[in-house]
Design a protein around this ligand. Structure first.
Ligand SMILES: [Zn+2]
Ligand SMILES: [Zn+2]
Length: 443
């Protein structure tokens, strides 16, 4: 037998004024901050004392998931933030007093250290949580070690999946690093414009095909994006009409402080080693900004590696210079000593790499050095020299045709020295650069 109790719902509108309501919400959120801080302190102690081991869990996050009903991702973040706050006494004090929210504390815990804690906390108490999140993200991107780890995680998490539905449709789902995702979306944008331009031409010969009007509504926009993706695939399979487009159509914009490029702090839109990779072979626009980020001066766009030099590199290298790689399209000109560190954009300091191996040279921790015969050779992230096989076409490379190969067992001997110049550019924290990267060689 079931007994039902009628519970009259609380009226959704109280007699409070909006000012009162707002004040109560703010007060309560501060109390929640205080409680959240106490909660994190308890979690930290429980984790340090490994209380979760008694329940045969692998870590504290799993215990939180089981005992406190938290999702694993949330639980892992709580534990991470709790441990990080131990080294951030000023942030902890503000959090404990209710003045710092968990959202801000979580963002700060990703980039704050004893040197910048005071300044960051001061900024965070004045800014919105979204601003703090974005600011901390840019600061972390400029920290090479941490952001390279982030970049590799994002790179390894990339995927494209398809889900087939009963109604005969397919859902495509993709996850990409931001710079490559932007590249794909740029291509879709151009394909959509081409489609719309073609439709306008066929509908009315008098229509100005260059005038592209936006779709009427959101659904129409998404349909257009889907059509553009199909158009892109068709163009690729039929040889690619987009070949006639200029390289500028494939540009991706990245903002970075000059100091960040030199590993000297600052901010960056992307992990700094990814930016250095993109900037190896890119169009450059120098933008001087004030402290608010408003542009004061915009320079001319210049290519780091000129088209004639790129042709000369292609003539010399023929293909990717990584041992054993034969990719001969979509090659980047890699600066062995990055130009941001004072390296020349010269034939002696640049060589061609495919995108996979270019990435290894930056985010992957691989390096290039010269042996005493003046030949480039590669070392992996553990410092081990890579064998040069299959044998490259030595006669086509400068300085190598007549020189004996000094290596044994395919391992070139190391260079006598590998000097890295001091940074000779002036430090200017207000100078930002915008990089435009072409998706294919501009010739
Ligand atoms: Zn490079
Ligand atoms: Zn390669």
């Amino acid at each position: 037998m079931l007994t039902t109790h009628s519970i009259s719902p609380a009226p959704p509108i109280s007699r409070r004024s909006l000012d009162q309501l707002e004040g109560e919400i703010i007060n309560l959120s501060q109390q929640l901050n205080v409680t959240e801080y106490e909660f994190l302190v308890l979690i930290r102690e429980f984790d340090i004392r490994q209380g979760w081991k008694a329940w045969l869990f692998n870590n504290c996050a799993e215990w939180l998931n089981f005992k406190c009903g938290m999702s694993l991702g949330t639980a892992r973040e709580k534990v991470r933030v709790a441990l990080a706050l131990y080294d951030l006494p000023q942030c902890s004090a503000a959090f404990k007093a209710g003045n710092l929210s968990y959202s801000k504390a979580r963002a700060l815990s990703r980039c704050a250290n004893p040197r910048n804690e005071s300044e960051l906390l001061s900024y965070s108490l004045r800014a919105t949580a979204a601003q703090v999140e974005a600011h901390c993200h840019q600061l972390r991107n400029a920290q090479r070690r941490q952001s390279t780890t982030d970049a590799n995680q994002v790179h390894n998490a990339r995927y494209l999946r398809r889900f087939e539905h009963d109604d005969g449709s397919i859902t495509l789902s993709a996850q990409l690093p931001k710079e490559t995702g932007d590249l794909v979306m740029k291509a879709i944008e151009i394909a959509a414009a081409a489609l719309q331009s073609g439709a306008a031409k066929s509908a009315n010969a008098n229509t100005d095909a260059n005038k592209i009007s936006p779709p009427a509504d959101t659904d129409a926009f998404f349909r257009q994006q889907a059509d553009a993706l199909v158009h892109l695939a068709q163009a690729f399979l039929t040889g690619g009409e987009s070949r006639s487009s200029t390289a500028d159509h494939y540009q991706v914009m990245v903002h970075v402080d000059e100091s960040a490029l030199r590993d000297d702090g600052g901010k960056s839109d992307l992990p700094i080693e990814s930016v250095r990779r993109i900037a190896c072979d890119a169009s450059l626009v120098t933008v001087v900004e004030n402290e608010s980020g408003d542009p004061l001066n915009v320079g001319r766009k210049t290519r780091v590696v000129s088209p004639p030099m790129k042709r000369a590199l292609l003539g010399r290298d023929k293909c990717c210079r990584f041992p054993g790689c034969s990719h001969d399209t979509w090659l980047d000109a890699h600066h062995v000593m990055h130009w941001a560190d004072g390296g020349d954009t010269s034939m002696d300091n640049t060589l061609l790499l495919c995108s996979t191996h270019h990435r290894l040279l930056h985010e992957g921790g691989f390096t290039i050095q010269k042996n005493f015969a003046g030949e480039w050779y590669f070392r992996n992230s553990d410092g081990k020299a890579l064998p040069q096989y299959p044998a490259p076409a030595q006669s086509q490379r400068p300085n190598s045709a007549d020189s004996p190969n000094p290596s044994r067992d395919g391992y070139p001997l190391p260079a006598e020295c590998c000097a890295h110049d001091e940074i000779n550019a002036e430090k200017d924290p207000d100078t930002h650069h915008s990089w435009k990267r072409s998706g294919h060689p501009p010739f």
